[in-house]
Design a protein around this ligand. Sequence first.
Ligand code: SIN
Length: 299
Amino acid sequence: MTTSIIPVPASNSENAYEQIVVERYGGAGGAIVSGVDLSHDLDDAVVAEIRRAVLEHHVVFFRGQSLTPVQQVAFSRRFGPYSPVPFIEPVADHPEVIAVVRDASEHQPFTFGSLWHSDFSFLEEPPFGSVLQALQVPPYGGDTIWANQYLALETLSAGMQEMLTGLNGVHSARDGYGPEMQGVHNMFKGMSVTTSDDALAEQIHPVVRTHPETGRRCLFVNRQYTVGIDRMRDNESKFLLDFLANHSTQAAFTVRWHWQLGDIAFWDNRCLQHLAMADFVGYRRSMIRTTVAGDKPRK
Ligand code: SIN
């Protein structure tokens, strides 16, 4: 089992993949990666190609891996150190793993992560990647959907892009993990979330960020955690953020995954938003997630 947390750079995108098989999955992003067993200690060459696949396709899917929590942590750490996951109690004995569970007894029309978001964008250094594994899946529903934020930016007019480039978003965990949200989290029977006043803190991130690895520009705002636009009045912010939330998550920019047992999705939070569907009342869905550190978004 590897313990290195020095990230391996992506392989050269001019070359064909030699270590893994990468099949494009969705029109707006996503690829299925096969030919690799993630439970093994992976060669740097394999890690470099997986990283490249993530950069090229934004989210990659591995079928039937069924990793232990320790193996999932080892896999995540090949792509960078662990990113802090505030408010959520980790899985017992695995401080770098959180459970994402909806119990069969839950009937509310939402679940953990069911509002469009980029994981923990309220942090000063929001995570690069999230690795999610399906441990128990409902017989139908429970899909995850991602939206490509390169496309979201590129499809705006030149004038709108220019205006947004000068703006900064205010990100906060307050609507997710502020004290008044404790009642909502108490409905999530398989998870332990402790809300706190720490969630009221704010971080400023550019509305248009330059991806630190691809150099491409993308939108970086989301419905869950972007609570305002810096130096704008509330009504102005709300108007613009509503427009951007609707624009950036339209169907044409999305890729949707229907989970099977042991599937793993590994996605790049820097250029995607995502949400979980809560459309499987009466069944249990159980996932574990590890989260890979990122850096401070820059213009
Ligand atoms: C998450 O937002 O990390 C969870 C997504 C999911 O459960 O599909």
